[in-house]
Design a protein around this ligand. Structure first.
Ligand code: DGT
Ligand code: MG
Ligand code: MG
Ligand code: MG
Ligand code: MG
Length: 253
């Protein structure tokens, strides 16, 4: 077929192929979820229903993209790690980022009623997304540790802050002042001594976020293996976690 004289415009599309042999991480984050959470009466500091919805939307993404090795979620964000040798969409950045982001966003809305049936969804949420490439296993592991350390820091602060406000009857400003300059041990002590709350007993999903992994399980007597996506709340800051999951990095293309 003869080319039209308009065909040249195609040349304006730039190549955005991601470097080969690198770990592709897609991180999504809810837009203005401070407001979205307030508007939808999310419990403070953690709403289990909302976190489970995030996990389910991520599960739906993992199910759709078999090239995804794992996911990690906390608060209004989710990170997805592609297998190192993934060649999906020929590693075109925009394709990968936009399909993951839109699948996650539509799943969040589609499954809303499964988790928040008694709260009407008032408007469509949106999620921003970015791609970061990590050149080796060590930096990828540090990335995962960074996100999980963030959960811990934020959750200990938020748990103490909202306990001071909700149970201690401090104003938000007073609670903020009270926590100014405190370290982890101080916050643990405030929770324990003043409110009889042992932070260690808080839900793992609140303290550590959620890691989605694929696991091979034996399903029947014929010894056939099938892969399922599981959610765990393991401590990724421990090196033993990565020793126990060495197989993550040896998965074939
Ligand atoms: P952004 O990301 O720059 O558009 O702005 P935000 O407001 O989404 O800020 P971000 O992502 O730094 O922080 C996440 C917000 O989401 C945080 O302000 C509290 C809210 N959020 C996340 N999960 C929960 C929850 O379970 N309960 C409540 N009440 N709020 C939550
Ligand atoms: Mg943000
Ligand atoms: Mg956000
Ligand atoms: Mg966030
Ligand atoms: Mg098309």
């Amino acid at each position: 077929m003869a080319k039209s004289s308009f065909e040249y415009v195609k040349k304006f599309e730039l190549d955005d192929t991601l470097l080969p042999n690198t770990w592709i991480v897609v991180r999504l984050d809810g837009k203005c979820f401070h407001k979205f959470a307030d508007d939808h009466n999310f419990k403070k500091p953690n709403d289990l229903r909302a976190l489970k919805l995030m996990n389910y939307a991520a599960f739906s993404v993992m199910r759709d993209f078999s090239d995804l090795l794992m996911g990690f979620g906390q608060s209004d964000e989710y990170s997805f790690v592609f297998k190192k040798h993934c060649n999906l969409y020929k590693r075109r950045a925009a394709k990968l980022l936009t399909t993951v982001t839109s699948k996650f966003s539509t799943s969040y809305v589609y499954y809303w009623n499964k988790f928040l049936a008694d709260q009407q969804l008032l408007y469509p949420p949106s999620f921003d997304g970015r791609i970061v490439l990590y050149p080796n296993e060590d930096t990828l592991i540090d990335y995962m540790k960074w996100r999980q350390a963030d959960v811990h820091i934020n959750n200990l602060y938020n748990t103490t802050f909202w306990t001071l406000v909700q149970e201690g009857k401090l104003s938000p400003t007073q609670a903020e002042k009270r926590l100014c300059g405190t370290v982890s041990a101080d916050k643990n002590e405030i929770l324990f001594k003043e409110f009889n709350i042992n932070y260690n007993n808080e839900l793992e999903i609140f303290k550590r976020g959620t890691l989605l992994l694929r696991m091979n399980i034996n399903t029947d007597v014929s010894n056939k293996c099938s892969t399922v996506i599981v959610d765990v709340h393991d401590d990724m800051l421990k090196d033993s976690f990565w020793r126990d999951h060495k197989d993550l990095f040896t998965i074939k293309p």
